[in-house]
Design a protein around this ligand. Sequence first.
Ligand SMILES: [Zn+2]
Ligand SMILES: [Zn+2]
Length: 119
Amino acid sequence: MVKYTFKCADVGMDCGFEIVNAGSEDELLEALKSHAKMSHGLTSIPPDLVNKIKQNIKKSGKYYFACSSVGMDCGFEIKAASSEQELLEELMAHAKMSHGLTSIPQDTLNKIKQNIKVM
Ligand SMILES: [Zn+2]
Ligand SMILES: [Zn+2]
């Protein structure tokens, strides 16, 4: 199960507020709305701030990817990486060794990111 964590400090607010292990992004945003109102005097959170918040929400779960999901039938899978960053680094090593790619083209990388599953 994916858990969502956010700190006001990540978007430059110094209030010390944190939400840890919310069960969904929506739940986290709802809790944050009350906090924004009570502590920051915001009756609604402006869309650009919402985007910034979303970019800073950390998901804790296990990251999964299979080459077959982007049409490569090498059978390679990564299970239970602890972050997207870790998963991508492992995948880069695999792409180099098994697919002869010294770097992953941007469009393939986008496709890969769309196919990463968090559990
Ligand atoms: Zn705050
Ligand atoms: Zn592969």
